[in-house]
Design a protein around this ligand. Sequence first.
Ligand SMILES: [Fe+2]
Length: 311
Amino acid sequence: MTTTASNPRETSAGLTTTRAPFIEQAKSEGRLYIEQPYELYTPANHDAWRRLYARMADRWQKYANHRFLQGIENLCLDPMHVPPLEAVNRFMAPLTGFRAKAVSGYVPAYMFFDCLRQREFPTTITIRDGEVLDYLPEPDIFHDIAGHVPMHTDKAFADTLVLFGECARAAAERAQVVADEHERVRRMTSVIKAMARFFWFTIEFGLMKGTRPGELKAYGSGLLSSYGELEHCIESPDVQRWPFQLEWVVNQSFEIDHYQPLLFVVDSFDHLFSEVGRLADWVTAGKLDNVSPGEPAISATDLASFLGAAT
Ligand SMILES: [Fe+2]
């Protein structure tokens, strides 16, 4: 006799990160772009969102860039429930054209940047387990919607993301003209590494000058979605904070499993936009073909996504 009883932990998991049967099913069928099956969120999923949101509110007021705070207001996020992406997009799209697009998992680097170019933001729909609010190696909907998306309501920031996408496209096209395959792979790996570092030290972990002398505010989503690190990045004497320098950033390795010991400060969103423009110029000029080795490692999937993009 066989039994068909499901694992009760699994059936009650709803859309909990790493334990969502819906996501596993989508992955097994090779579906990256998915819908958000809102009815699958459990009371525990909504409760995790509520608790994450509630404890961030004061810290955002204290440490977040004012455009992020404006974005939170513009999105009318519900502090009590995981947001339906449809509702988020209803408020966001009229402001900058950006839309959150549900995905089942990791989006290969080129596809991710190309989504940005088309004003689409690949968005994780699962939420972390309420038992472990602080530590999560994977992205979740709190990181993506409460950390990233408020910035996407700002026109200058949204245009910066689109320019990132243009930069990726230029990098992919440029690689096609390198005849020698080994050299093409080597250069492409270097350029992707440089772009990943730039993205990490700005969009994910960027700091910006505040309005008062000496004041710093966070605009990077990794900071804005972390209760502990948002305070640490501004207050801790253990963090090095340096004016943004493109030469440094593209050559600086980073690790993802602890608070960042080194952060870079931009003057303004116009400054950030102009630095992404310089990054694109450096791609075209071949100045990123030999960046410093080290983290992040570039996966075969990410490399293939760039090399296959222009064909
Ligand atoms: Fe992120």
